[in-house]
Design a protein around this ligand. Structure first.
Ligand SMILES: [Zn+2]
Length: 396
């Protein structure tokens, strides 16, 4: 058993604790949170650190499979450009390179204190890595096609991939890519399965303005991109509303929803989601948003609505690092009024809840095994991260 203390411990169950310590069993289980102010020298065998101790990070949006594309796509050119570049590189890459990059990305996330990941997969490339990794992965097998006549074929293929993960004792469910890339029929099949399996749905949401434009009047750069690559939009009818209110009713009402990006979500969009589904989670991937669109969501608006916000890194195709701490730094830079303790809740507790793993991860409570991280070089005066703040894994 170890006794681990620091200037502050953020448990995610209340206020930050000053001069408290954790009793942690050899297997990582928290056996006690000692809340009384302590004098370090009075506690036997106490490891006392200068910094803030927080629970292991949860990354609710990653694409391990795309790790080999690190640095390959030009930044700030918008989502349609990003998607078309991604498709081009995908066809040109060797399997050996893809697998090696997956392993490296997995190690980077471990070093960054990430203990649980919601990972989008289009294939089975990541199975071997996930099987061996100390990180717990929840895989979302992603499907997309606007051709409703192909819906069954595409869905069946995704089910085969899902079963392949399951045979390897890895949790996996089928999920839609985005409002603009999935036909009504395909939504129907996914939603039905989500009800059967009580599975969380993860969907890219309002990542680009042109996604809303497509649903409002079938114009904009996303529509132009689809036309340029020969995708038939004849059966797509604009609703006159933003993408989220247009598609939310095709998603499950009762299963958990993980809406990812939300860069162009308005109050009206938020209201529509909350009225329809009371289990929504809103993942922010700020560094990926800056990489692709050079825009950030209205995080103040999302925060004021008291949404369950989570953090994701997205993939190395659209991010320089796979680090939740770096995502927090970016939010803090652009939205300095958001309390650090809230950002820590987003970085672990909310994500663990979204991925159905709150009994293990997300907070320091007796019996949980959330991982113990130390944030070093912390600015105690403003109670914020510094640019040079780093994370050190004390126990997983
Ligand atoms: Zn993504």
């Amino acid at each position: 058993m170890r006794r681990i203390g620091a200037n502050y411990i953020i448990t995610n169950t209340g206020e930050a604790l000053r001069n408290a310590y954790l009793e942690v069993e050899d297997n990582g289980t928290i056996s006690r949170v000692v809340r009384n102010n302590i004098e370090a020298k009075e506690v036997a065998n106490l490891e006392f650190y200068n910094g803030v101790i927080v629970p292991g990070f949860v990354n609710t949006h990653a694409h391990l499979e795309l790790s080999y594309m690190k640095g390959a796509i030009e930044t700030k050119k918008g989502l349609p450009y990003f998607i078309s570049s991604l498709q081009k590189i995908r066809f040109e890459s060797e399997n050996k390179v893809i697998l090696k990059a997956i392993e490296q990305a997995n190690i980077e996330m471990q070093n960054e204190g990430i203990v649980l990941v919601g990972d989008i997969s289009n294939a089975t490339d990541s199975i071997e890595c996930k099987k061996k990794s100390p990180i717990v992965y929840k895989t979302f097998v992603e499907v997309f096609s606007l051709d409703q006549y192909k819906a069954h074929e595409i869905f069946d293929k995704a089910r085969l991939i899902q079963n392949n993960f399951k045979r390897n004792k890895l949790e996996a469910s089928v999920t839609p890519h985005a409002p603009y890339s999935v036909s009504g029929k395909l939504f129907e099949l996914i939603t039905e399965l989500s009800y059967q399996e009580n599975a969380t749905i993860s969907i890219h949401n309002q990542e680009t303005e042109s996604e809303n434009q497509m649903f409002i009047d079938k114009t904009g750069s996303l529509v132009e991109f689809f036309r340029s690559v020969g995708i038939n939009l004849d059966s797509f009818y604009p609703s006159g509303y933003n993408s989220t209110p247009s598609t939310i009713v095709q998603l499950p009402k009762c299963s958990k929803l993980n809406l990812v990006h939300n860069t162009f979500s308005s109050q009206e969009d938020i209201d529509k989601v909350l009225a329809y589904n009371s289990h929504s989670y809103w993942t922010l991937c700020p560094n990926a948003n800056l990489y692709i669109e050079n825009r950030l969501p209205d995080i103040d608006l999302l925060h004021k609505n008291r949404l369950r916000l989570c953090l994701g890194t997205d993939s190395l195709a659209s991010n320089h690092r796979l680090s939740i701490l770096e995502e927090i730094k970016t939010i803090q830079k652009y939205f300095p009024q958001i309390p650090f303790i809230d950002l820590i809740k987003w970085s672990s507790y909310n994500g663990a809840e979204a991925l159905d793993k709150l009994t293990i991860f997300g907070s320091f409570e007796e019996g949980k095994k959330p991982g113990v991280l130390l944030i070093e070089n912390f600015d105690f005066e403003s109670f914020k991260l510094k640019d040079i703040s780093k994370v050190k894994v004390l126990k997983v």
